[in-house]
Ligand binder design. Sequence first.
Ligand SMILES: Cc1cc2nc3c(=O)[nH]c(=O)nc-3n(C[C@H](O)[C@H](O)[C@H](O)COP(=O)(O)O)c2cc1C
Length: 206
Amino acid sequence: MDLYEAIYKRRIVRDFKEKSVPDETLKKIIDAGLQAPTHDHLRNWEFVILKDKEDKERALQFVRQGVEPTLEILKQTLVNGTPQQKMYAVAMPRQYSMLMNASHIILPFFKANSAVMKPTCVRSLNPLSSVWCVIENIFLAATAEGLACSMRIPVGEEGVNVAKVIGAPQNYLLPCYIGLGYACEDNIELEQVKYSAEEKMHFGKW
Ligand SMILES: Cc1cc2nc3c(=O)[nH]c(=O)nc-3n(C[C@H](O)[C@H](O)[C@H](O)COP(=O)(O)O)c2cc1C
């Protein structure tokens, strides 16, 4: 798949088919992640891959199982909400299932220093910024392979707790969980607010 096609096709999905991603494909996708730019030349990233039900359950024990939008107010949001509200109404009940039902969960850890959690300038966040380049490469490579990803940001102590139960060293942080798999054909296509480059470009000065 052409790079631009992958960029335009990439979507966060939250409903997956019961179909396993081959190991070779998974390796290609992680390798694509490792090609990302790195602030310190060291590519201090490690990937914990979860495939077995028990391993997934252990890692996801801190993610609250969502409730389907059966409440009238949530149903109304799905029909009448802004694109952002609709995204929340679809996403919130699926925070657990979109990871549990994915073929694999990828936990992309990065090596952090004390500055990341107490930043004094943007540069303090370099380890975090670098790992997000990795994550986008993973998303695009997955799309190019005909796959899709879900993603959740750990809330509160969730990330530290997951790191502990899967045995990650203390100085490695989890920026997000990634679910990887084959998207269901009837996935809800969420409306996007469209922007054009012309609206966003400022030549010479803002
Ligand atoms: C920094 C960041 C945090 C996000 N956090 C979550 C999350 O916790 N749960 C979730 O379901 N989606 C999460 N998303 C996915 C967004 O909802 C999604 O990217 C957005 O709706 C745009 O849709 P698209 O990625 O399909 O273009 C996050 C995305 C980003 C970039």
